[in-house]
Design a protein around this ligand. Structure first.
Ligand SMILES: Nc1ncnc2c1ncn2[C@@H]1O[C@H](COP(=O)(O)OP(=O)(O)OP(=O)(O)O)[C@@H](O)[C@H]1O
Length: 246
């Protein structure tokens, strides 16, 4: 399990125009944090900076007391908006790509746990969108990450598939005891999954609010009374969800 400290002083893609400013947060070991904010506020940029995909000149990410670099970044799993499987490789080859030393029994076991038993020889194009996402989840967990980053992984899936995958994700996270940063537009999804939600403003984006989700686990989607939770939040912070965030 990891303790993560994220400090992003400023992020500009275009000189003079800040996308992010003063983004600072800590993530406890095993904590599930959701980031919610309007389109274009820099949520993916935060994940890319944490993962090292996007270089950071004015920020740092500390994982278990060590700055993240290419040697430590293997402890990070990243599930993108799109599954990003290599189309010319089979499911098994897509998995062994991230961990060549893995044995076939482990792969079979992992595929079984994501409901893809016997699919190791399939090519991505022969799988549904939901199945491809499950392969991408299996791929992220294969490296036993200390920190898992997810960027709207269930967007554009039908509701039952998304619900199944959320459940699968929570089970995986509990089993692997990894810390999670989950980006979403969907407050209900954030409330269902997260221990804490971080709300971002419009760019130059800052953290405008953090809220702990005090709903006991295990949770069920129908058991999460998101509307009353959202109403309580609105009553407390009337400008938070109106316009500035969702
Ligand atoms: N590589 C890049 N080069 C230039 N500008 C970029 C780059 N990546 C992102 N941006 C810009 O930075 C801003 C934040 O983008 P980002 O994708 O991080 O936002 P987001 O909150 O994840 O958006 P969405 O919710 O729509 O996915 C946007 O204005 C985007 O156009």
């Amino acid at each position: 399990m990891a303790e993560i400290k994220v400090r992003i002083e400023n992020k500009q893609y275009v000189y003079g125009t800040s996308v992010l400013e003063h983004i600072e947060f800590d993530l406890a070991s095993g904590e599930f944090m959701a980031i919610v904010g309007p389109s274009g506020c820099g949520k993916t940029t935060i994940l890319n900076m944490i993962s090292g995909i996007e270089p950071s000149k004015s920020g740092s990410v500390i994982l278990d007391g060590e700055p993240l670099n290419t040697q430590t970044s293997t402890r990070i799993g990243y599930i993108f908006q799109q599954p990003r499987l290599m189309p010319w490789l089979t499911v098994e080859q897509n998995l062994t790509l991230v961990k060549p030393s893995v044995d076939l029994d482990t792969i079979s076991e992992l595929l079984k746990s994501v409901g893809l038993e016997g699919k190791q020889d399939c090519y991505p194009r022969t799988l549904s969108g939901g199945m491809q996402r499950r392969v991408s989840i299996a791929r992220a967990f294969l490296i036993n990450p200390k920190l898992l980053l997810l960027d709207e992984p269930f967007n554009s899936l039908d509701a039952p598939t998304a619900a199944r995958l959320r459940l699968l994700l929570m089970r995986f996270c509990q089993r692997h005891k990894c810390s999670v940063i989950f980006v979403t537009h969907d407050l209900q999804e954030a409330v269902y999954l997260a221990d804490r939600i971080l709300f971002l403003s419009q760019p130059p984006s800052r953290i405008v609010h953090q809220e702990s989700v005090r709903i006991a686990r295990p949770r069920t989607e129908s058991g999460v009374d998101e509307l009353s939770w959202q109403a309580a939040l609105l009553a407390k912070y009337p400008n938070l969800l109106a316009g500035s965030v969702i």
